[in-house]
Design a protein around this ligand. Sequence first.
Ligand code: CTP
Length: 395
Amino acid sequence: MISGKTVVLGVSGGIAAYKAVDICRRLIENGAHVVPIMTSGAKRFIGEVTLSALASEPVKSSLWEGDDPIPHTTLGQQADLILVAPATARLLGTYAAGISNDLLTATLLASRAPVVVCPAMHTEMWEHPAVQDNIRTLQNRGVFVVAPEDGKLAGGDIGKGRLASTQSIVSTVERALFPNDLEELKILITAGGTREPIDPVRFITNRSSGKQGYALAEAAVARGATVTLVTTVDRPAPTGVEVLYAETANDLRSVVMSCAENHDVIIMAAAVADFKPSSTANRKLKKSALSTNLELEPTHDFLVDLGAGKLPHQTIVGFAAETEELEKNAIGKLKGKNLDLIVANDVSAPNTGFAHDTNEVLLLSDGDKREVPLSTKRVIADSIFDVVLDLRKNK
Ligand code: CTP
């Protein structure tokens, strides 16, 4: 997808600079024309020759050396995209403040191209309010931020701050270059928890707020898809989305099954009740008439039907909300329901899952696993679509 595009790859001075070599290679393999810029800090971590040998042009690092008297404007105008990986706290701070004190920051300021920054630093630095403010400033200006992951850091520490995977970075580059990458797709998304009535007043439900399903709908329309949202909750839907309402597992099933075959991607984010009352009273049951035992019967798991009847053009995505053995249980559902992708989250972890604005998920497909660290549900949604696109490319 990125073939023929000019990507300015900025490398700033952190231990993760060595990973820029892999990113550069991946961009080149995908056909991009890569112009590397290294800060003086980056050169302390990796050799200039390494990047020069792999990239499309030799490394540039000075505003003052070389034939071009204005290298920053030349690079800024040539670039279809500027990628900074790794982006240190200093780089993010100077860019957010509009200070140009080296070739990389000058190029960032002298360009109208989309920008992707990939922060990598120690946890304390990443969590510092100054850094977080700078990240928000950049995001508000439309800069794509690929959040760092949890893992081993320099000096043997473990925590958040590791540079995101090359795969996530390249996916974000593609999305920044092609904002309408879902344009051709008709996407069906379900959202919210179903309500299974006992009588006109009482029902059985679950903690699902529908936020992740709505974030998926928002991301999908923003990326050009035609979106149908089947929801059990009454929240304002993003403009351009067709909204259909359902209340019970049975309603949801009939709405989804009636339009499933017209959709290329089906994402079952709804928390569908696994059981419903065996009978529903027409009138409010009096306390005295209510048995202490509520008789339940299983609902039909129609994600199984969607998986079994999957059409060649379809990609089916399920969710797995777990409180233990996350990966094992999710893989069981991926295989058992013949899904292309399962979004697994540990709903007992802090700030994740039901009703929160953030989530932390594992995206599992056949032979591939991607971890999305604690992020907004919109970021999770975009990561899900990045994987869906990769899966469809490899189909
Ligand atoms: N699902 C469905 N119909 C149901 C129940 C679930 O379509 N009656 C879908 C959900 O939308 C979700 C996925 O199946 O995408 C996983 O649901 P979950 O309840 O977590 O999994 P189960 O297979 O029911 O397993 P368990 O409840 O035992 O964990």
